[in-house]
Design a protein around this ligand. Structure first.
Ligand code: HEM
Length: 430
């Protein structure tokens, strides 16, 4: 593309984003729930928006032209119904990060190119490649490695020297190191991954400006170039690691292409740490907000698993996903037409009073309720759920054991994104 063409494309994108912003603002002011979830100040407290939606106890129509599922039962029904998928009848994704038809020069979104953006039969073929590596048994075997990494990170912190940002120094590097180990990615790339992950994770809310779009394209291209190189190396000289297994499976009976392997490896990397970082951050934040629960967990750090389960219910890191009706489907009293989109508010389902009593209360002694939808459900149920739980449990337990007096040192800064919810900084003292 010539410089002039690029400038024209940027101008068109800038105009489209401005129109989109104005539209969202207008709809949010009129009370539209979907617009509010993406617009300050409402987006900072999505649970208040969810509560109003759940009162209707049925799918709600948003003026942005999509349905919204906010109760546990509706979300569960949509996620598990095979008549819903992730692509429109024309094969396209329902949303583009730039809020319109694919922008000139845009590479397909990394997170949409693999599993998350595929329907059967391609989805099953690729998923069969990834799932064996994440079975509960395989993941339990990496526990010593996760504990060693968490211990090393905590050893490196010196609380006597002043406040520590728990996100930058613990919640973020831990999952990056764990997934990099699983894929046998050289450690020198770790810092770069955290930056790419946060750029790509934030893009799930849509692109906000032309420079943001450029940063996103650059991060996508750099990540893809790195994985193309690594996959080619592992195909030529495979080891025992997960990336080698994926790279060589391209030659096996499930016949995946090299491009699909690259996309899958990128997804595993990104899905593997942006989410887990925020699970750990949200869990620590929830404890700091509830001193009685913090005292209970500090007294008995073996409650760390409960802290994680309760955080997944009360303040999960992935707040929403979407499905497309591949044929007309009735959900409760509502007829969803073919190609209509349903936004599924995962974060709302854990606060549903029909499923959890006193749902707004963060309570580690709560009896086990129905399965969490924080990892979604049905065909796209999170491949990495056992790993995420293990990392979360280890991270919390070791932190509580090592820093029994952990407390807030300064105001934490929220990430401010809607799809992924979490903390950008979490300054604490030991
Ligand atoms: C707290 C941590 C995590 C949360 C809350 C989480 C949440 C989710 C959710 C909600 C989905 C499905 C989205 C949808 O239905 O459209 C998903 C899918 C996925 N997750 Fe996770 N995830 C976490 C950690 C991980 C980890 C550690 C890995 C792997 C290393 C991982 C790998 C994946 C993959 C590959 C998919 C796509 C599955 C498919 O489309 O078939 N996730 N995750």
């Amino acid at each position: 593309m010539s410089l002039l063409d690029t400038a024209r494309a940027d101008l068109r994108l800038g105009r489209r984003l401005a129109t989109l912003r104005a539209g969202t603002l207008g709809l949010a002011a009129l009370g539209d729930p979907v617009a509010r979830l993406f617009q300050a100040p409402w987006k900072h407290d999505p649970y208040a928006v969810h509560e109003r939606l759940r009162c209707e106890r049925r799918l709600t129509w948003s003026r942005s032209g999509i349905w919204v599922a906010s109760t546990y039962d509706d979300a569960h029904a949509v996620l598990r119904d095979r008549r819903f998928g992730v692509r429109l009848a024309n094969g396209q994704q329902p949303f583009d990060v730039t809020g319109g038809p694919v922008h000139e020069g845009t590479e397909p979104d990394v997170l949409e190119m693999s599993l998350l953006g595929l329907d059967p039969p391609d989805h099953g073929r690729l998923r069969r490649l990834a799932t064996p590596a994440f079975s509960a048994r395989r993941i339990e075997a990496v526990r010593p490695q996760v504990e060693a990494t968490a211990t090393r990170l905590l050893d490196a912190l010196d609380p006597a020297r002043g406040p520590v940002d728990l996100v930058a120094s613990y919640a973020s590097p831990l999952p990056v190191a764990v997934i990099s180990d699983l894929l046998a990615i050289p450690p020198q790339h770790a810092r770069q991954f955290a930056a790419w992950g946060s750029t790509l994770g934030a893009s799930l809310d849509g692109v906000t400006s032309v420079p943001h779009h450029k940063r996103l394209l650059r991060a996508q291209a750099d990540l893809r170039a790195l994985f193309e190189r690594l996959v080619a190396e592992r195909r030529a000289d495979p080891g025992e690691d997960l990336l080698s297994r994926l790279a060589t499976a391209a030659d096996g009976p499930d016949a995946v292409t090299a491009d699909e392997v690259v996309a899958l490896a990128q997804l595993l990397l990104l899905a593997g740490f942006e989410t887990t970082t925020n699970l750990v951050g949200n869990a620590v934040h929830a404890l700091l907000q509830h001193p009685d629960q913090l005292a209970m967990a500090t007294e008995d750090p073996s409650l760390a698993g409960r802290v994680i389960t309760e955080t997944l219910r009360w303040d999960p890191p992935v707040q929403l996903t979407a499905r497309v009706a591949h044929e007309p489907v009735r959900v409760g009293p509502v007829d969803v037409r073919r190609d209509q989109v349903v936004l599924v508010l995962l974060g709302s389902t854990g606060r549903d009073e029909a499923v959890h009593g006193d749902a707004d209360v963060f309570d580690l002694t709560r009896p086990e309720g129905r399965d969490t939808l924080a990892f979604s459900g049905g065909a796209h149920y999170c491949v990495g759920a056992p790993l995420a739980r293990l990392e979360g449990e280890v991270a919390l337990r070791l932190l509580l054991e090592r820093w029994p007096g952990v407390r807030r040192a300064a105001r934490p800064r929220p990430r401010g994104t809607t799809v992924i919810r979490g903390w950008r900084t979490l300054p604490v003292r030991a």
